[in-house]
Design a protein around this ligand. Structure first.
Ligand SMILES: NC(=O)C1=CN([C@@H]2O[C@H](COP(=O)(O)OP(=O)(O)OC[C@H]3O[C@@H](n4cnc5c(N)ncnc54)[C@H](OP(=O)(O)O)[C@@H]3O)[C@@H](O)[C@H]2O)C=CC1
Ligand SMILES: O=C1O[C@H](COP(=O)(O)O)[C@@H](O)[C@H](O)[C@H]1O
Length: 489
């Protein structure tokens, strides 16, 4: 499958087309792919939501969103107008059978019956089942139809199962595309390239050589306009259950038989199933949860989470889990998974720390080699090595870093992950989407932690906005003689 080629003509029907995600992410992503020549002229984007708008009013909103959210360098007024010609709108309550489904059917019926049709659900996930039921009842699911589901798929195993059942009643699993935008990030996909195309790396990819692994996704932003959602979710559900566990799957999986979707998904699933359960007392010893208090972020004062919210809350904005994968490859290697809002810096990375030599003959001890996979920003890979310190005649060592920066060419930024994923759904390529059993395995693993946290069996720590997290996160690593990457230099 050539991912640079133009895709086949498609109709994308977005439920939730007036919402934040559609305006901020989806429409700019479509525009960018049209700009790069991958969207054919016949393609259509049909927005739906309950807000009563005619086509012109919706088009005005889309124009405003493109101007607001596209970087200046790619904004081209004539291209924007060409893009808007592909946009349509139907006022529709996706959960009501009496709503204007005929209006949607009328728009769709003007395309040939074999036209690829993607239904994108950018609404609250509790609506997915009802929307599917209506699509089915109105005969709008053709053999060429697929559905893309936004996260979160549930808030625990039971709700995830209910959503999956609701959608699975009407769409076969191979037509269901569960988005995890981390899988759309180039540097996340590159974990596969780095490991399996470089024998020198894969040869040391095990507990024989690796001391620990850190997977971090930290942000400087707080909950912004999403407090209502976030406060019912928290860091563990919002980031670890999906994005960080997917990254963990790629870092820790055995080599899949091929890059075919089910082979890669089976390999990731095997990792999720091998995660040692964190239950009982282990929740207290193996996890840290915390909320940010007021502090300074980027030189500006930032309020604490509770002040922002204006009410008490038991929701964590920081989560850290020490995970173990019970397979021969990963025997006793701790995987530290952490995520934070209002952190000191925005960084998503994987840090592999290698074991040090058991003995050495130098005047200074060697540092542990370390491979850093920078997911964002400054996408790239660093390898920290020991070299002779040329400043002294004695054989002392100093650290030297091999730094490979990944570039798109032409000084362009990496494309937003939604660009690739939106068109993969048109291509029918599910490799970068999550299969049902992966979602359910991830919930199953984090559920005991969620339950224990909601019952306050582990204390809620605090950290100042703009810091790297609570002190307990440092002590948890220190128990194994480890320290966080930001403290390594
Ligand atoms: N925003 C983001 O950055 C991210 C969002 N997501 C997920 O994407 C989804 C949407 O999020 P977001 O855009 O932020 O949410 P918003 O609240 O901004 O938008 C929700 C959209 O759903 C529409 N909607 C609500 N009820 C119905 C209904 N019964 N029938 C049809 N449309 C309906 C709303 O329009 P109207 O009121 O006019 O019906 C609106 O367009 C959620 O699942 C969220 O978790 C995931 C990752 C990031
Ligand atoms: O899914 C989500 O991800 C974003 C962080 O994404 P990134 O690509 O900027 O790392 C996070 O802000 C949001 O809370 C969460 O729902």
């Amino acid at each position: 499958m050539d991912h640079a080629q133009q895709v086949e003509p498609f109709d994308y029907v977005i439920f939730g087309a007036t919402g934040d995600l559609t305006m901020r992410k989806l429409l700019p992503a479509f525009y960018n792919r049209m700009r790069s020549g991958q969207v054919p002229d016949e393609a259509r984007i049909i927005g739906t939501a309950r807000t009563a708008l005619d086509r012109e009013e919706f088009v005005d909103r889309v124009r405003e969103a493109l101007v607001r959210f596209l970087p200046k360098e790619v904004r081209d007024p004539s291209l924007i107008e060409r893009f808007l010609m592909r946009v349509d709108y139907v006022t529709l309550d996706g959960t009501k059978s009496g709503s204007d489904w005929d209006g949607l059917a009328a728009v769709l019926s003007t395309a040939p019956p074999e036209r690829i049709r993607v239904y994108y659900f950018a609404t609250a996930p509790q609506l997915y089942g009802a929307i599917c039921e209506n699509l089915h009842a109105k005969h709008l699911i053709t053999p060429f139809s697929r559905v893309v589901l936004e996260k979160p798929i549930g808030t625990d195993s039971a709700t995830a199962e209910a959503i999956n059942n609701g959608v699975g009643q009407y769409f076969p699993e191979n037509h269901i595309f569960r988005i995890d935008h981390y899988l759309g990030k180039e540097t996340v996909q590159n974990v596969i390239g780095l490991r399996f195309a470089n024998p020198i790396i894969e040869a040391v990819w095990s507990s024989d050589f690796i001391e620990s692994v850190q997977i971090t996704a930290a942000e400087t932003v707080g909950v912004e306009g999403r407090a209502a959602y976030y406060n019912t979710s928290g860091a563990l559900r919002d980031m670890i259950q999906n994005h960080l566990l997917q990254v963990l799957g790629l870092v820790a999986m055995e080599q899949p038989e091929s890059l075919a979707a089910d082979n890669v998904r089976n390999a990731k699933l095997a990792v999720l199933n091998a995660l040692r359960p964190i239950t009982g007392d282990a929740v207290r010893t193996e996890t840290v949860r915390a909320q940010y208090t007021e502090g300074m972020v980027g030189g500006k004062p930032a309020p604490g989470y509770l002040e922002e919210l204006g009410e008490p809350s038991n929701t964590e904005t920081y989560a850290l889990l020490r995970a173990f994968i019970d397979t021969p490859r990963w025997k006793n290697v701790p995987f530290y998974l952490r995520t934070a809002k209002r952190s000191a810096e925005k960084v998503s990375e994987v840090v592999i720390t290698f074991k040090t030599a058991p003995t050495h003959m130098f005047s200074t001890p060697p540092i542990a080699n370390c491979l850093v996979i920078r997911i964002q920003p400054h996408e790239g890979v660093e390898l920290h090595l020991n070299v002779k310190n040329p400043a002294t005649d004695a054989f002392t060592l100093k650290e030297s870093v091999l730094n490979a920066e990944f570039e798109m060419g032409g000084g362009l930024p990496f494309p937003d992950s939604y660009e690739r994923l939106l068109l993969d759904a048109v291509r029918g390529d599910p490799v970068l989407f999550i299969r049902r059993d992966e979602v359910e395995a991830a919930w199953k693993w984090i559920e005991p932690v969620l339950d224990a946290w909601s019952e306050n069996k582990s204390p809620m720590e605090t950290y100042s906005a703009g810091s790297y997290g609570p002190s307990k996160a440092t002590t948890l690593l220190a128990e194994n003689g480890h320290h966080w990457h930001e403290n390594m230099e």
